[in-house]
Structures are given as C-alpha cells and as structure tokens.
Design a protein. Structure first.
Lengths: 199, 468
C-alpha cells in the first residue's frame, strides 16, 4: 500500500487502476476532488484533516466514484474548528451499475472548539447495484469541557489541554493508517506543526 | 392530469384500486386560473380574507418554478387537473345517510369497522370535501374540536385566522402555494389545555375521480400540556392518467404538549404525492411524525419540526417502500432554534423491482441552540440489482455545544438468513417478507396495532409478487 500526501497538489481527479491501492492524506486541503475507482479491485483510503482558525472558510467536496467491480473506498474527514472558522464537507459516494461487490464508506467528524465556528456536512450516497456494502456517519460535537478542566487541574495550560484532546481526536485515523501497513512518520510532524500553528 | 400513459406502472392487485362512478354536485372546469380559485372560494362562501389569501397564493404559485431537485415531476400537467369536485351536498354524521357509492367505498376500505373498535373520532374526505364525520361525545365534553377545515373556518374563524398559513406560508414552495390557493377539506383539531385525548383521531382520504387534484389542509393546535394522536390513511383507484395529491399540514405544539401524527400512505401508483408538513414545538413540547410511504408513484415529503422552545423534542420515524415505477423521495427536517432541544430521525427504506428510494434530510442547529442534540439513522435495503437507493443528508451546525450523530447504511437482504429460512421450508417470498418486516420493526412497533398489522400485510403482499 502506498501513502500519498496530496495536501498541496492541484489535481482534482485521482484515477485508480486495477488492484491499485492507495492511502491519500489531505491536510487543510479544500476544493473538489474525485477519486475514480475505475480498475477492478482498486482501493482508496482517504484521510482528510482540516484545522480551521480565525476567519477561515473552506469547502471540501470529495466524490468517491465506483465504476469497476469489487472496489473499495473509505473517506474519513476530521475537522477541528477554532476562532470564527467555517468548514463544509460535501461527500458523495456514487456506485455505478458496474460497481458490483463494492464497499464504500464516508465519515465526517467535526469538533467545534470555539463558540462562533460553523460546520456544514452533506454526506450523500447514490447506490445503483444491489450487491454492495455502504455506510456513512457524521458527528459534530464540542470540546469536552470536563476533560479540559481535568487536564488543567493536573497543571496543564488550556492550550496544552486542547492540543491533547485534538491529538486524541485525530489519533483514531493515525492508528488506522498504521494498521493499513504504512509508516506515519512523514505525516505526523505535519499534523503537529499545523496544530501548534492553529492553537 | 397528464394524459401521458405510464407504461411501467404495474398496478397489480392493489386492494384499493377499485373505482366508483364519478359523482359530483359541483365541479370546477379542468385547469387553473384566478376564476377557478374565486369559484372555489365562492362555493364555500368564504370570508374576504380567505379569498384574498387564495388569490395571493395563486400568484405565488404561478411565479415559482418547479423544483429542479428530487423526483421527476415532468408528468404533471397542471392544465389537465380538476381542482375541485364536490361529491355530495351535505356532510353526514351518521353512516347510513351517506350516498351509496361513497358508503360502499369506505366499507371496502374498512372505515366503519375501525371506527367502532378504537377511534375517538373519524373523518372521511372524498374528493374535495369531507363527507363524513363522527366524533365521540366524550371529546365534545372535553372541549376538543375535531372537524373539517371548511367548517372550522365558519365556526372558529378567530382560531383559524390566528394560525392558518403562519407555519407554512404560500411562499414556502410551489406546492404549498398551490394548496393555499385551491385547498379544500382536511382536518382541524384543537385540544384545550391539559386535555389528553386517549384514543386516536383519524382521517381517511380518498381520491375517486380521474385526473383529479386533492388539496386538503390540516391544522392541529395542541394547547399547553395536552396530548393527541392523529392518524391519516390514503387510498385511490387505479387509472392510467395521473392524479395529484398536495396537502399542507401545520401543527402547533404548545408548552409541555405532545402530538403524534401517523400517516399510512397507500395511494395507488398513479398519484403524485407532494406534501408539505411542518410542526412547531414550544417549551418542553414533543412532536412525533410517523410516516409510512408504501404507495404513490412519486412522493416528495419531508415532515419538519421547528424546535422553538427550550427542551422541545422532535422525532420522525419513517418507512419508505418503492416497487416497480415508484420513487419515494422522503425524509425529515429538524430545525433546532432553542437550547436543550433534541431530535431523532429513524428512516428505513426498501427498494425492489426497479424502485427508487431517496432519503433527504436536514439537521439545522441555529446559533444559540445550546446543548442541542440530534441523532439520525438511515438504513436502506436493496432487494435486487434493478433498484436504487440514495441518501442526501444535510447538517448545518452553527452552535459549538451541539452534538450531532448521523449514520446510514445500505445493504442487501442477507443471503444466509434467507437460506436458513428457506431450509426450514419457508418460501422465498415469505422469507423475504419476514426479513423486511424485521428490518422495519423498530418503526412499526410505534404504530397502533391495527395499522401495524395492515402495514406488515402490505409489505408481505409486495414481497410475494415478483421473486421467483
């Protein structure tokens, strides 16, 4: 399995050939991106992270298009929003008639870390064949104030406490990338740097 | 409506597909113009403000474009529809007084039996007008009002004027504007403070004429601390031309009150069912929509709850079944506008024989709706490879302290389960029926027994037909 950091790329279409398996890493990337699973047996694991600050206002549109059989795609979009930032995630899983036996999922999770942040989610599914497994999930929640209180009572600053909670929020995906058999060494420093910059 | 023949409509042995000869004492010409709108208002001897409201709505209807999303509505020809048809001159309070054809119709649908057994009040609408109404004496004594909308306008003008069209104004959408201009019939319910109506109120809607539009208008007001359960059932005969059913339902749930609204929609497959339903829940009030869409060719319906008071709760439990030639575009909207409001949406959809189900939903958490929480679960079952399932949820969150959960799955029927049941000697049709009924059980168990049995039978019936 190959890990591709496409955070700073401009391409809007990624086409996967037969049995090609790729992990896509997106940090603070926005705009429209289509992952076309055009080769049988191909798989795309998409991990997008967005850290919003100040008056950031971004939209990420991810289309997971299954046009070949037995293809797999999983998208996980995690956002933590600070300041007055706004983030929109519009996901579309589209499984063509030719995409029998496919598996697809999408997950959007937002953490609203400041009072004036806004999250807008629209994870859609369009399923034509019968023989598929498909699911999506979305959650929006505040930063756990009790956890922050607890961490502060142990001598951490508010900043440090928030950082720990957000790292925890991202950890699940990092572990998932690891479990797919690739090293996360190249991406962890990037995440950390962006988080410190945002806080 | 349109004279376009829908050749993919398999009307099969739809039990309510019979038709009676059309009878009318008053009928407007086909098509719609300001004259028809005034004529309807004139027949009903309405006050000036209502005529103005209708005419204003008609202008809005003309100016609004057809929705360019959701289901395909190109088969509707507004010029081919009859907008008002009155089948009998008087409304009956006793079953025997009804004209024979109408009586036969409701006998075959089973209205009087259901009434005898468990209903507190029943109203039956045939074409444009409510033809039969029976209300338990107990309800009168408690001060509960249950009558048709036209009667309410005459008898309780102040109440009607205060609420009518305030939650769903004609500007809301094209079909709400159409309904506002040509509405006729529907129910008016008022439950006074602290009164709990123990048995459900029921309305039956029946379209008999061909190429006809039924536009009922329902208004329910549940005053503080009250409770009422309202059930509606819908059927129509089978014609090759399409008919239109476009209702508007407005519900006001006051402080600490609770309203439950159950729909078992079983229109025949030549009906366009385009309905706007909305409730406003005040402090600690609860609004529950239970929405079962089994029939109709095209349905677009998204019951909504405006959670306007602190601690208000909204629920939508929805079942959609789409067979050959059907598109059920159904869902729910929860608008959280106050702190501590909660909502839950459970949607179960089944597509079979080329049918298409779409879940379309909105969760809106306004800024200031502190600690609002919402949970959405949509499950779709695809029974064959010709069918289609879509999920279009929207979440718009403007409040930091909100908690939102959304989950959706699409699956096919479990082969192992099917195999297991068939190995026990159950036919494939029966086995599928069992599995589908299990799939929708979380919603069905919320429905009164008589209806849930009917629903299970309908599902079983739909499962039998096709699978070889």
């Amino acid at each position: 399995m190959l890990l591709k950091d496409i955070s700073t790329q401009q391409e809007t279409l990624y086409t996967l050939q037969e049995n090609e398996q790729v992990i896509f890493f997106l940090l603070n990337r926005s705009g429209d991106i289509t992952f076309d699973l055009s080769g049988p047996g191909s798989a795309a694991h998409i991990f997008a992270f967005f850290l919003g600050k100040d008056t950031d206002k971004e939209t990420l549109r991810i289309t997971q298009k299954h046009s070949a059989r037995n293809t797999t795609s999983h998208a996980s979009v995690k956002t933590a929003l600070f300041g007055q930032s706004e983030f929109t995630y519009e996901g579309m899983i589209h499984i063509e008639k030719s995409g029998r036996g496919s598996k697809a999922s999408q997950e959007g999770r937002a953490l609203l870390a400041s009072p004036n942040t806004k999250a807008f989610f629209r994870p859609s599914l369009e399923i034509l064949p019968e023989d598929v497994e498909c699911r999506h999930a979305a959650t929006v929640s505040p930063l756990n104030q009790e956890a922050i209180y607890f961490l502060k009572s142990r001598g951490l600053t508010e900043q440090q406490a928030k950082r720990i909670l957000i790292e925890g929020f991202f950890k699940y995906d990092i572990e998932k990338i690891k479990s797919l058999g690739v090293s996360t060494e190249s991406i962890l420093p990037l995440l950390e740097k962006t988080l410190i910059h945002t806080l | 409506m349109s004279k376009i023949k829908k050749d993919n409509v398999d009307l099969g042995d739809y039990k309510y597909g019979f038709s009676m000869p059309e009878r009318s004492v008053r009928k407007t010409k086909t098509g719609l113009d300001a004259g028809v709108v005034s004529e309807i208002s004139g027949i009903k001897k309405e006050p000036e403000w209502m005529l103005d409201f209708r005419l204003r709505s008609y202008e809005i209807f003309k100016s609004k474009p057809m929705p360019n999303w959701g289901a395909d509505l190109s088969g509707i020809d507004f010029d081919a529809i009859t907008y008002y048809l009155k089948a009998t001159d008087k409304q009956s309070r006793s079953w025997e007084d009804l004209p024979q054809e109408i009586k036969d119709t409701y006998d075959r649908i089973g209205v009087p039996e259901a009434e005898k057994k468990f209903l507190a009040g029943v109203s039956a609408q045939y074409e444009s007008e409510v033809v039969y109404e029976s209300v338990n004496r107990e309800l009168d004594r408690l001060g509960v009002i249950f009558c048709d909308m036209d009667t309410a306008l005459v008898k309780y003008p102040e109440l009607v004027k205060e609420y009518f069209g305030t939650l769903i104004p004609p500007q809301d959408n094209k079909f709400a504007a159409l309904n506002s201009s040509v509405w006729s019939g529907g129910s008016f319910v008022y439950v006074p403070k602290g009164v709990e109506v123990k048995l459900p109120l029921q309305a039956y809607f029946r379209i008999n004429a061909e190429a006809f539009g039924q536009f009922e208008r329902t208004l329910i007001i549940a005053d503080e601390g009250s409770y009422v359960h309202y059930i509606e059932g819908c059927t129509a005969p089978i014609y090759t031309t399409n008919s239109l059913h476009s209702a508007v339902v407005e519900i006001f749930v006051k402080k600490n009150a609770r309203v439950r609204y159950t729909t078992v929609q079983n229109w025949s497959k030549n009906i366009y069912n385009l309905v706007t339903k909305r409730a406003r829940a005040e402090e600690n009030a609860t609004m529950e929509w239970i929405d079962c869409n089994i029939g109709s060719g095209v349905t677009m319906k998204y019951p909504a709850v405006y959670l306007a008071g602190r601690g208000a709760r909204g629920e939508v439990l929805s079942i959609a079944y789409a067979g050959a030639g059907q598109h059920q575009d159904a869902g729910a909207k929860m608008i959280h506008l106050a702190p501590d409001t909660t909502s839950r949406i459970v949607s179960k959809s089944i597509s079979k024989d080329g049918g298409r189900t779409s879940y379309r939903g909105l969760i809106h958490i306004g800024s200031g709706a502190k600690n609002a929480s919402s949970s959405v679960v949509c499950d779709a079952l695809l029974l064959d490879e010709h069918s289609r399932s879509d999920t279009y949820p929207t979440m718009n969150i403007r409040e930091e302290s909100a908690t939102i959960e959304h989950e959706a799955t699409v699956e096919k029927i479990g082969e192992e389960k099917l195999f297991y049941l068939m190995s026990r000697g159950i036919t494939k049709g029966d086995a599928e029926g069992l599995l589908v009924n299990g799939f929708i059980d979380p919603v069905v168990k919320e429905i009164p027994l008589e209806y849930s049995i009917e629903l299970n039978r309908l599902i079983n019936h739909e499962m039998q037909g096709s699978v070889g």
